[in-house]
Ligand binder design. Sequence first.
Ligand SMILES: Cc1cc2nc3c(=O)[nH]c(=O)nc-3n(C[C@H](O)[C@H](O)[C@H](O)COP(=O)(O)O)c2cc1C
Length: 174
Amino acid sequence: MTILVGYASAHGSTEEISRRIAGILQEQGGEVEVAAVEDVTDPAVFDAIVLGSAIHHQAWLPRASEFVHGHQDVLRDRPVWLFSVGMSGGLPRWLRPSARAAQDRRIARALRDVVRPRGHHLFSGAASAEAFPRSSVLLMRVTGIRLGDYRDWAEVEAWASGIARELRGLGYIG
Ligand SMILES: Cc1cc2nc3c(=O)[nH]c(=O)nc-3n(C[C@H](O)[C@H](O)[C@H](O)COP(=O)(O)O)c2cc1C
């Protein structure tokens, strides 16, 4: 039984989160492969799939959305978990809970009817000024958005452990 942890990452933080998820699944007895979605030609060879994307402009990266839509029949046929990586951790504190909830809802809604995932989780990622045009960096500064690394590894590990528990319950992990 092989589990795929697939990702779409523009600047590497989503890839690192994917590798941590894969590490936890492996520690818990799973046989796991980690791959960028563009390198996965046939997801049908996997028995369960965890799929994540960086968020750009309130949506998954196009290659991740295309993967989900292009392989929806395969994905619907297997246990699937989705995760998204955004920058809610860098928002002003008062705005974080509502912005997070709205983003989580928006993305989950966009994907849920396509693949019927067993879960969706929104993580905070990492971003540096070099990833944005200068005008956007200035705008973020005046609106109180702080760039940085907001990844919460304990949150990532807890989510992955939950998946491992479910996979064990389903008989995918011995
Ligand atoms: C051009 C661009 C647009 C972004 N748009 C959003 C967004 O709409 N919502 C959000 O929460 N984060 C947004 N981000 C932040 C990224 O999702 C975040 O930095 C994430 O960790 C990037 O993952 P990666 O390092 O795998 O590319 C954006 C980042 C960039 C560079």
